[in-house]
Design a protein around this ligand. Sequence first.
Ligand SMILES: [Zn+2]
Ligand SMILES: [Zn+2]
Length: 285
Amino acid sequence: MEQTILDNEIAIRLLFFFGIFALIGIWEVIAPRRALTMSKAVRWASNIGIVVLNSVVLRLAFPVVAVGFAAYVNQQGWGILNQFEIHPLLAILIAIVALDFAIWLQHVMVHAIPLFWRLHRMHHADLDYDLTTGARFHPLEIMLSMGIKLGVIMLLGPAVVAVLIFEVILNALAMFNHGNIRLPLALDRVLRLAIVTPDMHRVHHSVQDDETNSNFGFNLSIWDRIFGTYKAQPDLGHEKMIIGLNRFREPRDNTLPRMLVQPFIGKADDYAINRRSWKQPEDKN
Ligand SMILES: [Zn+2]
Ligand SMILES: [Zn+2]
């Protein structure tokens, strides 16, 4: 089983990637949530360009990535999950939830530490919000994320299949919850009890700093509810809210070369959590 996964990992991931991409892409055309504000051709060229660049960077910078490293960690008997007799299915479930919590914590951290916010803000600088936004991360942040993920895998000792399932779910849900797609509101309400919906994550892409620093979850919505960083809806509503950051508002800021230099431009004190200057939110819930 493990060897089959390792041999076919790329094929499995690509199959899910293109399948979900096509599905959400068609959904965006049939039932869009908002009108886009800038040329889709320019944004898609940049956002897909950065995905290709990140794949090359990862391959060059890391001899082994998550799934392969999990196999190695298990061979060595490392990690908490390898120290106990746990039913394999339960161990997979624990691993997936733990990996999701780790990625939530990491997301809070890249908003809290100004140096890391410089890397992460490129994800937020997109002036529109659609499925390609979900894959738009600076190569330096991609390397930081992979380093952290390998560390978590070493501590946790998850099964290879758990890491693969987690990566496929993360990929699929990133495209889903960044989708410019309309969901029946009742369905959104039910779904977001457990998972992050497009309307929930869109709040995180608002120019308003209290909204940017809400809804850090990518897969499970429970972490934001537990830790008090949940905000149900944007103040201005989904159609009127402004997407992006105050600093990068020119359409040319969304071209690939400019996106790559964004970490090095200006100060990083505009949104980072520990330099908060926004007034306390008035809503009582
Ligand atoms: Zn963020
Ligand atoms: Zn996002």
